[in-house]
Design a binder for this molecule. Structure first.
Ligand code: NAG
Ligand code: NAG
Length: 359
């Protein structure tokens, strides 16, 4: 080998080996930045996240794996403002008295159960840059409910919910659904019940960037809303003339108890639940999460909603199977596992299921 060739060869090797984590990551996720400053800033954010991920992985009581993913150049504030709900907390206790379900003593659900095995769970969805988890959670509960009864997977419209739900708090006569700024699944059910179901996703598609180019305006039908004013919005409710599917007759809170949750899931289908996601979920990769930061047990900590599709036991560890709405690149093809039996991340506080209206 002549000298020049050898040098070229060595240069080639070093250019492969000297790439830092960040530049490899930008290639993997096809990230482009407007300027060198932006690149440098994102590189720093990336390594800060890297440090937090390391801390999560170093926790001996949490056997899940946390890793960088497509969100890893975002600061926690950025992630929080685009993906999570920062929304006044609902006053659910009074409502819970009328609406609560508890399982009877003799109910016995199997040790492991996964509704995905029954083909009643629609494909993983993606919120994009919008705190619409509450609407996804509500819609997916109904989709699975519909699939269980009619043996048909029909993706239903989340856009309809974020554009058209007021989320009326009847005690205060004010709207509580705030589109991309948050809302609560149980308030959305009341609207969906009144609409006679939901439009199909295809008829009323999700339109928030990067999937579309419009932002939903908050509904303020009562003249009173708890929503912050939207800085920019250009889409308002347009559900007339659309066929509605899966009408629901009612919805129910599951008692704040993980055994009742198991029985409700087994008996009625996937459950809507809300939880504390901040500090762990954005970096979750695989395994059963038992995050240190979820030590509280209060509605105030809740900032995200998901769908629970199953549960199981692995060795001595019981877990829930969560269907998230952060795309298929998150977790294990969009799904994750959270430890069960410890009320971890307040997973038991806002659990609901719906009842379909059947003729
Ligand atoms: C909303 O605004 C964006 C950006 O100005 C524009 O491209 C889009 O067409 C608008 N959408 C609607 C439904 O008006
Ligand atoms: C809701 O409507 C009332 C009355 O029309 C108005 O005063 C208030 O500013 C609106 N709130 C928002 C956030 O749009």
């Amino acid at each position: 080998m002549n000298f020049a060739l050898l040098i070229t060869f060595l240069l080639l090797i070093s250019s492969i080996f000297c790439k830092d984590h960040f530049s490899l990551w930008t290639e993997e996720h096809n990230k482009q930045y407007k300027s060198d400053q932006e690149y440098e800033y994102r590189r720093q954010v990336f390594y800060q996240n890297f440090q937090k991920i390391k801390e999560l992985n170093d926790n001996p009581n949490d056997h899940a794996v946390y890793s960088v993913n497509h969100f890893s150049d975002l600061t926690q504030e950025e992630f929080h403002s685009t993906k999570r709900m920062h929304h006044p907390k609902p006053n659910v206790d009074e409502l819970r008295i009328e609406k609560e379900w508890k399982s009877s003593q003799e109910m016995s659900a199997p040790e492991n159960f996964d509704w995905r095995d029954k083909n009643v769970v629609t494909p993983i969805k993606d919120q994009g840059d919008c705190g619409s988890c509450w609407a996804f959670s509500a819609v997916q509960t109904i989709e699975s409910n519909f699939a269980i009864h009619y043996n048909k997977l029909l993706p239903l419209s989340t856009e309809e919910v974020i554009e058209c739900s007021c989320g009326l708090d009847t005690k205060k006569n004010e709207c509580n659904s705030c589109g991309c700024l948050g809302g609560w699944p149980y308030l959305a059910y009341e609207d969906i019940k009144n609409w006679g179901g939901l439009a199909a996703e295809l008829a009323y598609p999700y339109s928030v960037p990067p999937f579309g180019d419009s932002y939903p305006c908050v509904v303020n039908t009562t003249g009173k809303t708890i929503c912050a004013p939207t800085t920019y919005c250009n889409r308002t409710c347009d559900k007339k003339k659309k066929t509605h599917y899966a009408p629901i007759s009612d919805w129910t809170f599951v008692a704040k108890n993980e055994d009742d949750m198991v029985n409700a899931l087994y008996q009625y289908g996937p459950l809507s639940a809300c939880l504390q996601s901040s500090g762990w979920m954005e970096w979750y990769h695989s395994g059963i999460a038992n995050p240190l930061m979820c030590w509280g047990h209060s509605l105030d900590d809740i900032d995200h909603c998901i769908l629970i599709v199953g549960y199981g036991v692995e060795g001595s560890k019981k877990y829930w199977i969560l269907k998230n709405s952060w795309g298929t690149k998150w977790g294990q093809n969009g799904y994750g596992k959270l430890i069960r039996g410890k009320n971890k991340c307040s997973i038991d506080l806002l659990v609901t299921y719906t009842t379909l209206k059947t003729d």
